[in-house]
Design a protein around this ligand. Structure first.
Ligand code: F0G
Length: 427
């Protein structure tokens, strides 16, 4: 195809890391290998910005890149590269053509929830079936760029699957720390298929992350969402969503909350898009947690200033069975900036919402269905106007947790289960 593209990017005057605590002020070189501020210990964030932006021209260029098969244009993350870290050479980008996923109207789901204008942004329709791929292409590109030999994460399953795939793509060793017996078999299978080393930790996701962060192996590059490069990749989901809505922001953006990296990323996206004049207002961010793993929702409703971890998180939505989310301060900033809120929903509400998303022919994993359950609750109590435009983020594919579906549909559909595989090490 004879498409010619103007690929000159806007000159970047700004590209560094800074402490995410507003009053600290510590900055670091962009490629410094750090996850926390060396002065105060808070998480870091990337500060990236073109010199100046011609909004119309930039939006045109982003769309034009969809006509190109060049890997850095075919990726729905890297086509927004003016707002991404690092002037990586094209060949250095580790990509599986992630992003560019559709925005699907919810019909039965909208009716069930009592609202009129509902869209699902299905990030589960990414290469490994979850939104993690958007962050992983950015994180893995940086890992490779700075010469890491091995990459690792703790995970409830999806980050593990994504890390495993992108590590394989990059030719790096991937190692994933999973809470033993708690990640879905489907996600574990993906990580195995992509050749990652699996370490099962007795305890929760929080224990697995604690164990991993305790390792001081200079060879190991950390790819949990506390890694600022992951957040940068994930934020492009909102660039794409707004492009699909003709740059007319929805009234609400509803997202599940676990370790709270994704909601932080989306808040950052809106902040930057508004700052550069690409949108004129910021959607209200609604974070929905599962009632058994709801530390931020508790904090929000009590008005507390500090997060109290949930000691034993428990929910059928295993992806968000997290009691001590690391990015909670960034997430609070995102919700506050947008005039949004944080809430929780029960496992039963999650199950009902998941079935309705299924009836729309869309499907998702249980954690993603917290969004529709939350919308229904807000509409029922009049906190969301029935006429409001709402974008709900579906974070994982329906096939990510098939055991849940089989169980939910009753005894007749249950298969006899095989004994657990002995191929994985338990720590
Ligand atoms: N939805 C799904 C399907 C997830 O896998 C996760 C997180 C979330 C929502 C929550 O996102 O942590 O950014 O608030 N999964 C992580 C993992 C923790 O290890 O796969 P978050």
């Amino acid at each position: 195809m004879g498409v010619t593209l103007n690929d000159s990017v806007a000159p970047k005057t700004t590209a560094y890391l800074r402490c995410s605590a507003g009053d600290c002020g510590t900055t670091l070189d962009l490629h410094e290998r750090a996850l926390a501020c060396p002065k105060c210990g808070e998480l870091l964030e990337a500060v990236i910005g073109p010199d100046h932006v011609d909004a119309r021209e930039l939006k045109r260029r982003w769309l034009e890149r969809r006509l190109s098969y060049a890997p850095h244009n075919a990726s729905g993350v890297w086509r927004f590269r003016e707002f991404l870290p690092g002037d990586y050479p094209q060949h250095a980008i580790v990509t599986l053509a992630e992003g560019n996923v559709p925005l699907v109207p919810g019909r039965k789901a909208a009716e069930w929830a009592g609202v009129k204008r509902l869209w699902f942004k299905h990030l589960g329709w990414n290469p490994t079936g979850s939104f993690k791929d958007l962050g992983m292409t950015a994180g893995m590109t940086e890992a490779k760029f700075i010469g890491a030999k091995a990459v690792a994460c703790a995970s409830t399953g999806n980050t593990a699957a994504s890390l495993a795939a992108y590590a394989a793509r990059a030719g790096l060793t991937g190692r994933v720390y999973l809470p033993a017996g708690q990640a879905s078999a489907n996600k574990l299978a993906q990580a195995l298929d992509f050749g990652a080393e699996i370490v099962q930790i007795e305890g929760s996701f929080d224990d697995a992350l604690e164990t991993l962060l305790g390792k001081s192996d200079p060879e190991l590059y950390f790819l949990n969402s506390i890694n600022p490069f992951r957040i940068e990749g994930q934020k492009t989901a909102m660039f794409e969503l707004l492009e699909q809505l003709g740059w007319d922001p929805p009234d609400y953006l509803v997202v599940p909350g676990g370790n709270l990296g994704n909601s932080s990323a989306f808040g950052k996206a809106f902040r930057e898009l508004k700052q550069y004049g690409l949108i004129d207002r910021i959607p209200r961010i609604v974070i929905v947690q599962a009632a058994g793993a709801n530390p931020l929702a508790r904090m929000w409703s009590s008005g507390a200033k500090q997060l109290l971890a949930v000691e034993k998180p428990e929910t059928v939505a295993t992806a968000i069975r997290i009691g001590n989310p690391r990015s909670w301060k960034k997430a609070v900033n995102a919700v506050t900036l947008s005039g949004g809120l944080v809430m929780d929903v029960t496992d039963e509400e999650i199950g009902d919402a998941k079935s309705m998303i299924g009836r729309d022919g869309i499907g998702c994993e249980p954690a993603s269905a917290t969004t529709l359950a939350g919308i229904r609750k807000l509409a029922a109590t009049g906190q969301i106007d029935r006429e409001a435009t709402i974008a709900a983020v579906l974070t994982g594919h329906a096939l990510k947790d098939t055991d849940y579906i089989i169980e939910a549909h009753g005894p007749k559909t249950r298969r006899k289960r095989e004994p657990e595989s002995a191929t994985v090490a338990v720590q």
